[in-house]
Design a protein around this ligand. Structure first.
Ligand SMILES: C[S@@+](CC[C@H](N)C(=O)[O-])C[C@H]1O[C@@H](n2cnc3c(N)ncnc32)[C@H](O)[C@@H]1O
Length: 356
């Protein structure tokens, strides 16, 4: 019996994964870590490793789905909030002002965990749908029996960390810094050389607020520190000594580079063929139920980071996010708790020409 939101329910939180067709005895067990210049893969519980990793620009979470997808996954979505909470606390602890989180899950899995993500400061940005298409079910579903439409999708939900300065959101901080100068808000328009855009957009206290572009931020900072009350200077400074630079300001929000031609629906068949890692004991079976396509991992990493940025993959499986990350010159940190998956996953990196 476990407690869930103060109710007693008699569902075990976890049990053995479905479709498991090999274990430690069937693979070559390797060292507990695989470290190369841009990749750090560990065999262990990510909860114990986060503190040792460089801070992330991107976190790719592909953990429990509530479908017994791997050993330790829960039997249904009801336990997912508990399953994720300790991880989410750590992600928030190590997040930077520009950190993005991509949360893979089923629809109901995401719906259950979303309140926990919000609780610890993750702001919902967008829900992306991976549509695997009709080929995914290929006539194998008896809808009279299941009494619903067949599911051919997964979600990958984008979040940004809501960074706070002295307990204020960026929006509040910007407004309060200007207030401290003693200057009326309309003077912000003079500062930016615009008619009314600055007061309307950058100092709006509601949902019409816009993050000022770096050149506008620079102008606001320059003006405030020239014409603001002497006793409150410097303005727009975090350390109380030097105002934020344009570069520092641009790093205060999540990165996003939209690749041409993509929407929030990703039409992509389920993973098959050479990329799908096969079981070491039966080459007709796949090794991991949840292996993700490298192209989708690459898409989200490329969209939310730059070269040399740090990518975390807390639930490694076969380390698809880490592999996509190193192939586009990012630095990956990942953990996989199951030694058999870990061993198979690390072998994807062994012959990369990048390391030779
Ligand atoms: C959904 S799978 C990830 C699949 C992966 N995205 C891929 O493409 O291969 C989740 C994996 O997380 C692992 N896992 C679960 N809890 C973990 C933890 N606390 N630390 C490290 N790995 C964990 C499971 O053993 C499982 O292999």
């Amino acid at each position: 019996m476990v407690s869930l939101q103060n109710k007693k329910i008699n569902v075990p939180t976890s049990t053995v994964g479905r479709k498991r067709n090999f274990n430690e005895k069937n693979v070559l067990i390797k060292d507990k870590s695989f470290v190369k210049p841009n990749v750090h893969l560990f065999c262990g519980n990510s909860l114990e490793l986060y503190k040792k990793w460089e801070k992330p620009t991107v976190i790719v979470s592909d953990g429990g789905y509530g479908i017994l997808g791997f050993q330790g996954d829960t039997v249904n979505h009801l336990h997912l909030p508990e399953w994720y909470e300790q991880h989410i606390i750590q992600w928030s602890k190590f997040a930077q002002p520009n950190t993005s989180l991509w949360f893979w899950n089923s629809e109901i899995g995401w719906a259950s965990v979303h309140p926990i993500l919000e609780k610890y400061g993750w702001e919902y940005i967008n829900c992306n749908i991976w549509n695997k298409g009709l080929g995914h079910i290929a006539g194998n579903i008896n809808t009279t029996k299941i009494r619903r439409f067949p599911v051919v999708s997964e979600l990958c939900v984008q979040y940004a960390y809501k960074f706070k300065i002295n307990n204020q959101t960026l929006q509040e901080w910007l407004i309060n810094e200007w207030k401290r100068t003693g200057l009326p808000f309309k003077r912000a328009n003079d500062a930016c050389g615009v008619k009314d855009v600055a007061t309307r957009k950058y100092f709006d206290s509601g949902h019409l607020w816009y993050f000022p572009p770096t050149e506008m931020f620079e102008k606001l900072v320059g003006y405030a520190n020239q014409y603001g009350k002497e006793e409150g200077k410097p303005y727009f400074s975090i350390d109380g000594h030097i105002p934020l630079s344009a570069q520092e300001w641009s790093n205060m929000r999540y990165k996003f580079h939209c690749l041409h031609g993509f929407t929030n629906v990703w039409e992509r068949s389920a993973l098959r063929g050479k990329e799908r890692i096969k079981s070491p004991v039966d080459e007709n079976k796949c090794a991991h139920l949840n292996q993700k396509p490298l192209d989708l991992m690459r898409l989200i990493i490329e969209a939310s980071s730059d070269i040399n940025d740090i990518i975390w993959e807390p639930f490694g499986g076969l380390f698809s996010a880490s592999l996509a990350a190193v192939l586009i010159n990012r630095k990956a940190y990942a953990a996989e708790i199951d030694p058999a998956y870990y061993s198979l996953g690390t072998s994807r990196f062994e012959n990369l020409s990048l390391f030779n």
